[in-house]
Design a protein around this ligand. Structure first.
Ligand code: ADP
Ligand code: MG
Length: 613
């Protein structure tokens, strides 16, 4: 007898299942994707015991004919592509033709479907050892119901890896959320053990989209997110990005869609991280819901069986596009955009800010401060990030150094109430730390030091950008041993190094010479920096490490420049600071990502004093 034999159909499918069916959540992902590919506009998901006992998904999509049913359950059978050309520009979520076969090999699967409301439907059950499919007539409206019971009942090793019911359900719910964010035009419901967890109505108007994002990501995200949209001939990026002051301790509120497909991609993660670099507190993660639309021929989705990853034909351009769109959007946030001038009532009693696309359940907005502060009263602000060592007292500066008292700019004009600038006019200084100002909405409180630090920092960066980076030659050039590939990459990017004040030369096949460095990097470990830069360039085709390092030094300089004196500010000086904040990029956060100002509206003040209006 030959030692080599064919695997049984079921075993072959079970091996394939190892790649796609990891847990109940993966079943839900595959089945939901099929419903979406079938054009469903309404999908109901019912699960029991975290999905390991039962997953039932019903859609109103195209359905299937009786003769298609057995094929749907067979491996390598799909209606979605027929040729390699199709694969290269695939528009459907599925295309591998193995999900149902895999799921059927590790569970008790029943598929009931009907392609035409006028006729009776049919059902197929797949449980048998050789996976022969029996098709019987069964009533079903147009669409499909997939029922998956007892997942991994015949693969005990897999079953052992299942976690608690709650954990499995959380994973499963996350899958539903992601797909719900990818298709606003489809209604979704999710029930667990008979209890309704989500019921998301379909709708594609701006308000309806905002409502779905607020439901899925939490209202706090929407309150502190800005809507962005960038159009280029080949790319479109749109969605919501959280303000830096709405950062998270984990990267758990990050949704990125490429042509409607949920993607977790290192290249994209890197571009986003780079965009937030200058405004986010160290170790915090940004929150975002972003949609990238590109020509399907520009992305390869056939990289991994779960299709979570993609490969871009031109990764560098995509990286640059995402980075620059977000970077611009974050720099452009000004106090004026953050005030609730354009707040209109939403149907559900909440409010929607029409400039920023945020929905708030409260009447007023606490912009510039974390969401907990909204409506919960003064003094309830819990900083998300660690406060600066030393306390604000010692760090308060004199803004007068930048603006001598003689400068009367920004003095309030008597009687010009309609022209009150966004941050208003200063009325007092509190404890040498805070500026209290009055604007159209009510009271503004500014952390003087934090605000001054950002302004100084942005100015230092600006003068560096206009005057260039000063660099100095090294007395003895420093040799760095690297790989051949790194030598090539360094040579390829010599222009980048030059622009940043570094002179790097090829010293040999596996060696580079550092000849000149920026003056400000004098005390830094330039060799380590160079190594990190090269590894970035190899992996992402781009790097911001040198800028980040130079920025960090400027940021420290700005911080010191803002702490020395401890002089009380005059009213004109305070007003000058407020006007500068309105003009300065990223002035909503200090160099460390903490808010620089907050608004307390008249309504909020009234609430504090139980004063009805
Ligand atoms: P793929 O999605 O990669 O094509 P699947 O194993 O997930 O592979 O599904 C196989 C085929 O079954 C699909 O190509 C589709 O024709 C059909 N099918 C699966 N689910 C549905 C559904 N909910 N409605 C209509 N057709 C479906
Ligand atoms: Mg599929």
């Amino acid at each position: 007898m030959s030692r080599i034999h064919r695997l049984s159909t079921r075993l072959a499918n079970q091996i394939a299942a190892g790649e796609v069916v990891e847990r109940p959540a993966s079943v839900v992902k595959e089945v939901l994707e099929n419903s979406l590919d079938a054009g469903a506009t309404r999908i109901d998901i019912d699960v029991e015991s975290g999905g390991s006992k039962l997953i039932r998904i019903r859609d109103n999509g195209s359905g299937m004919d009786a003769q298609d049913l057995p094929l749907a359950l067979a491996r390598h059978a799909t209606s979605k592509i027929t040729s390699l050309e199709d694969l290269e520009r695939v528009g459907s979520l599925g295309f591998r033709g193995e999900a149902l076969a895999s799921i059927g090999s590790v569970s008790r699967l029943a598929l009931t479907t009907n392609s035409d409301d006028g006729s009776e439907g049919c059902t197929a059950i797949c449980e048998g050892r050789e996976m022969e499919v029996q098709v019987r007539p069964a009533p079903h409206p147009q669409g499909t119901t997939v029922e998956v019971r007892d997942l991994f009942f015949n693969t005990p090793a897999r079953r052992k890896f299942l976690r608690t019911e709650k954990t499995e359900f959380n994973h499963l719910e996350e899958v539903v959320k992601r797909l719900a964010l990818s298709r606003f035009d489809v209604g979704f419901s999710l029930r667990h053990n008979g209890k309704v967890i989500h019921n998301l109505k379909s709708g594609t108007s701006d308000a309806e989209r905002q409502r779905r994002v607020a439901t899925v990501c939490g209202p706090a995200f929407m309150e502190q997110a800005i809507y962005i949209e960038t159009d280029l001939p080949d790319f479109r990026l749109w969605g919501w990005v959280g303000l830096p002051t709405f950062s998270r301790s984990q990267a758990d509120l990050q949704y990125f869609f490429v042509n409607g497909r949920v993607i977790r991609d290192r290249l994209i993660a890197h571009a986003v991280k780079q965009a937030y670099r200058d405004v986010l507190y160290h170790g915090r993660h940004p929150a975002f819901v972003l949609y990238l639309e590109v020509d399907p021929a520009q992305v390869d989705v056939n990289v991994h069986p779960t299709k979570h990853e993609v490969r871009f034909r031109d990764g560098r351009t995509v990286h640059n596009f995402i980075f620059s769109s977000l970077h611009r959007a974050l720099a452009d946030v000004r106090p004026a955009d953050q005030l609730p001038e354009n707040v209109v009532a939403a149907d559900d009693g909440g409010t929607i800010n029409t400039t920023t696309g945020e929905i708030s359940s409260q009447g007023g907005l606490a912009w510039g401060a974390p969401s907990q502060a909204a409506g919960s009263g003064f003094g309830s602000y819990q900083p998300a990030a660690r406060p600066l060592a030393g306390g604000a007292m010692e760090q308060v500066s004199s803004y007068g150094q930048l603006h001598p008292p003689a400068n009367q700019a920004g003095l309030p004009e008597q009687g010009a109430a309609e022209d009150v600038p966004p941050l208003g006019y200063a009325v007092a200084q509190l404890k040498g730390i805070y500026i209290l100002a009055e604007n159209a909405q009510g009271m503004v409180v500014v952390d003087m030091h934090a605000a001054h630090e950002r302004i100084t920092y942005e100015r230092l960066k600006q003068s560096r950008d206009t005057d260039g980076i000063r660099s100095q030659p090294l007395l003895v050039p420093q040799a760095v041993a690297v790989s051949q590939r790194e030598v090539e990459v360094a040579a390829e990017h010599s222009e980048l190094f030059e622009r940043l004040g570094l002179a790097i030369e090829v010293g040999g096949e596996e060696s580079l010479l550092i000849r000149q460095i920026p003056v400000t990097l004098r005390d830094s470990n330039v060799e380590q920096l160079l190594r990190d830069v090269l590894s970035d360039l190899i992996e992402y085709g781009s790097t911001d490490r040198i800028e980040a390092h130079l920025d960090e030094i400027l940021s420290t300089m700005a911080c010191h420049g803002s702490v020395r004196a401890n002089r009380r500010l005059t009213i004109p000086e305070m007003n000058a600071l407020l006007r500068d904040m309105e003009e300065t990029e990223r002035s909503g956060q200090c160099n460390h990502g903490r808010p620089t100002w907050t608004q307390l509206s008249l309504e909020e003040l009234d609430k504090l004093f139980l004063r009805g209006r």
